[in-house]
Ligand binder design. Sequence first.
Ligand code: GDG
Length: 727
Amino acid sequence: MHMPRLLIVSNRLPVTVKVDQGEVSLARSAGGLATAMRGPHERLDALWIGWPGDVSRLTDAQRHAADERLAAERTAPVHLSQAQVARYYDGFSNAVLWPLFHYLADKVELDARRDWEVYAEVNDRFARAVVERWRPGDFIWVHDYQLMLLPQMLRERLPDARIGFFLHIPFPSSELFRILPWREQILRGMLGADLVGFHTASFRHNFANSAARVLGVEPEVDVVQHEGRAVRLGVHPIGIDVAEFARLANDPGVLAHAQQIRRETGGRTLVLGVDRFDYTKGLPRRMLALERLFERGPHLRKKVRLVQLAVPTRERVDAYAELRRHVNELVGRINAQYGSVGGVPIHLLHRSVPPDYVVALYLAADVMMVTPLRDGMNLVAKEFVASRVDGAGALVLSEFAGAADELSDALLVNPYDIDSVASTLQRAILMSPAEQHARMRALRAQVEANDVHAWARRFLDDLALEDPRRPRPSLASAPAKLADEIAASQYLELLLDYDGTLMPLARTPDQAQPDDALRALLRALAERPRTRVNLVSGRKRDNMDAFFGELPIAMHAEHGFWFKPRGGAWAAAGDANPPWKDEARAIMDRLAARTGGAFVEEKAVSLAWHYRRVDAELASVRLRELRYLLRDLADVHRLEVLSGSKVLELRPAGVNKGLAVARARADAPPGARLVAIGDDRTDEDLFTALPEGSIAIHVGRGDTIARYRLESPEEVRALLEALVHGS
Ligand code: GDG
């Protein structure tokens, strides 16, 4: 029997194929994601699917050898051509998504259509590779911005698979995100997952807002209903392999190396930077801050040295070449100005070094500078903390790194503010050992509490969770059974909502005119033996009369405020012209005038603020404002503020669709069964008021207390037709 596995999918495998003098070998891949997932990959016995680097120059025999080595590492390669890598990876991923998601819109490639096409093509290539290996029960965990279309592509092919997606980089504000020409496809792509994870609550919030704005969905804090599925949005700040860093930090060889680095620094304060050589990491401004420090404090000029490890990365992308040129120029200038025969203040290591070397640097440092302009998390900050088993050292951390949410005991800075980085750096250099230890203790506790294994476990536990709010299974598979059950009732009292239940929602209420087939269906139901029909709507009396006046049915208008029994006349449940209305209307009108697409509808007992044509993000701001402005009025007059489908309604408390239930029961024979069907929040009042033994049916997605669910008005009509013809 197949044991369910975890399939990890990322652009790059944790190992890259290398050929040296004809010998095939595997080298560790660099970067945050590979470093982070390496531990969970081993512990969870997962299969990792991804790109193993360029193998185009390998002979067949070498390629075969490479594939064998890869399989032994429990990895499965997705081979890509050089042309694909140039457009999908260097192009769309790293010259469009990467700068945009890090708030550097001016670095986004001007015209990326071709790159976009190849991005989609490569995502599809990954989808095929995953489908080939997936077995029922396997979990799929997709990583990062190179594969944002993959969750949806997998969902289409494997509808029952558990799919998680984690974004390692920031998700920008919707204002920025929506400049992306392919914003809709990217969002839909991600929403193919069951769980979408982010490092911070603000990235999650940005994503939900973008989805609301671009796709018109109405997300809650941690869930979006999308295409009939509940997609959960999680906050999962990534951790590091704490034990591994502690082990390296206690290794005698590493300690000796750290001592040697300190000796070489010649008594200067050692300030350290460790970054991929990337323009998001804030290197130029970090250099300028050091220069500012020297300008202000001549006494520090010979006492401080910055060692900057800058690991080569994305060397084919233009913006990176430009960055290297800029940094080299700054280093040259500052060293020329402040260096002496005894040494230079900046030492730039432009290469990759082994992990134990990185830890030796962490241990040797007095001050760690982590000042990215934006960063999803930033592992370096956490690695530094985990390595400082001696409890010493000061950490300067950008407030725009995801890590700043957790590491509040670091010295937080705005990396764009060079003066403030300079003074914070000075503060770090001068920090007393007692303060260093106090801060480091708190930082270490924080980093230890959430290591990478706990992170992976929590994400996967979340992914395994059955969401209680997941839409209940549709009746589509068993409508006939429900129809039979209803038909078997001795006496039937139907309570039917109109908009969204018998009729699809239209752009404006006027456009939702009933068709002849619907009138005929309602008439046939009303003429069915031992059956009564109630229409229960939020609409006005005259409107309902115009639609259905000639039918032998009972009608409840304005959510039950007005009632007209079959063959009778309308009667109101209270004061039809209440004193609060003028004031409320003035508030609503004022807000509608400022909100494109909004309009106010007045009914006898209530006022409704419609926003179905308003931009989703604007609507959510306005609704908050409206609720706030109506608060006092509602308190004084005992009014309820109710949200329906894209409408906010103000009306007297207790006047709701539940009134229809009491009326229908009042003269129903004993043993009558009530069947209520509705689609929005106001229908929940109807469902709540139903006596035991009744049947409540919710139409469409979303939360409900109803036990049954139908997909659409068509399905509702089919059910009602079955009652007519089956009886
Ligand atoms: C992305 C997000 C998020 C660096 N130089 C060497 C070396 N490194 C290692 C560090 C660290 C990793 O590379 C860099 O990770 P970061 O988190 O700092 O940054 P990104 O690569 O941009 O990672 C980031 C991360 O994904 C995880 O979700 O935190 O925000 O941008 O582990 O130690 N490792 C070795 N030699 C080096 O010279 N061996």
